[in-house]
Design a protein around this ligand. Structure first.
Ligand code: GRG
Length: 333
């Protein structure tokens, strides 16, 4: 295993990049939509969400007797799916009807390159294919069965029980990801954001207080980050107390990530961020720095990370997940 968090994450990213490329290559789509989907999916980015899925699978799978490789393999379809959904959300978020941005991951946004129509379809394609990857008869999921008691049951009842357990986990993961990405989660958060910016007909721009800001971010960014970690645990068959602790950990991580995102929007440059810096302030959007100032915002993010670590400790976990939480504070992009 790699020594530093940086080399660990780059090892995970390699697996993610290969999985994303495979997921796109197996689609029999017309080349123009396939190209637009590749443009936005295989375009770099930190790959935080899929790395979180794999790291969680590993951290929660090892105590169940799984090898690192088996844990990662079992969770890979979920990791691929969350990144495809994230990529779709960025394509749609950048559209003129939404945040109207021309720069993403250091390159022109999809609608600038392909036009609005194809960009919308590329986002739709990525969202839909994510669920195909998650639901599909992927051989990578049919790895060893995670739980020790389940393993002995499989010995007794044969292969079919193992397959049933794998399918059940995939169904749970589909549900968790759908709820996180859907109207109670990311789509709902984006709707609140749109209304706050005065861009929903019949809704004047409204000021958002601290509680409403937290709710918006918990849905818009937090829900998918949370689900990304949770499905890592689900896919390896972790028990309910562990899944609940991972959920708490990732809720705090998601909020810290968003607070730092707001801070970087104030402090960062276009070059460093690969997207348009200072947009939130220019649009008069409510943000953590605008409500609390930069210093207090960083302090709030640090307290999220303390709570994230406490959630892990509750079930005797830590390792890379604790380091990833710390990284969310120190990141520059
Ligand atoms: C269009 C339904 C719909 C939702 C869009 C994710 C999102 C909701 C909007 C993105 C707007 C934004 C910049 C939010 C701040 C936090 C965030 C999600 C940043 C982008 O994610 P990173 O930093 O990006 O993980 P990379 O490029 O590294 O993958």
């Amino acid at each position: 295993m790699s020594d530093t968090l940086e080399s660990y994450l780059s090892e995970l990213r390699k697996e993610v990049e290969a999985g994303l490329a495979r997921a796109l290559a197996e689609i029999n789509a017309p080349e123009l939509i396939a190209e637009a989907m590749r443009y936005s999916l295989l375009s770099g980015g930190k790959r935080l969400r899929p790395c979180l899925t794999l790291a969680t699978a590993e951290t929660t799978g090892i105590p169940l007797g799984l090898s690192i490789d088996d844990a990662r393999t079992m969770a890979l379809p979920a990791a691929i799916a969350v990144e495809m959904i994230h990529a779709y959300s960025l394509v749609h978020d950048d559209l003129p009807a939404m945040d109207d941005d021309a720069l993403r991951r250091g390159r022109p946004t999809s609608h600038i390159v392909h036009g609005d129509g194809l960009a919308i379809l590329a986002g739709d394609g990525l969202l839909t294919e994510a669920f195909r990857v998650l639901a599909g008869e992927s051989p990578v999921v049919a790895g060893p069965v995670a739980h020790k008691t389940l393993r002995s049951a499989v010995d007794a009842f044969g292969q079919s029980l193992g397959q049933f357990a794998g399918q059940n986990r995939r169904l749970t993961a589909i549900r968790r990801i759908a709820v996180a990405a859907g109207s109670a989660g990311m789509v709902g958060g984006q709707a609140i954001d749109l209304a706050a910016a005065g861009r929903v007909k019949g809704h004047g721009a409204r000021t958002i207080d601290a509680a409403a800001l937290e709710d918006m971010h918990a849905r818009k960014t937090g829900a998918l980050i949370r689900a990304s970690a949770v499905v890592g645990a689900v896919m390896v068959g972790a028990g309910e107390p562990v899944v609940a602790a991972i959920d708490d950990y990732a809720r705090e991580l998601g909020l810290a990530f968003q607070i730092i995102d707001d801070v970087l929007d104030v402090e960062g440059s276009n070059e460093a961020l690969g997207k348009t810096a200072g947009k939130d302030a220019a649009a008069g959007k409510p943000t953590y720095p605008s409500l609390y100032g930069v210093t207090e915002s960083r302090r709030l993010a640090a307290s999220c990370v303390t709570r994230a670590r406490a959630a892990l400790s509750r079930v005797g976990l830590n390792g890379r997940l604790g380091e990833i939480a710390e990284w969310s504070l120190a990141r520059q992009t």
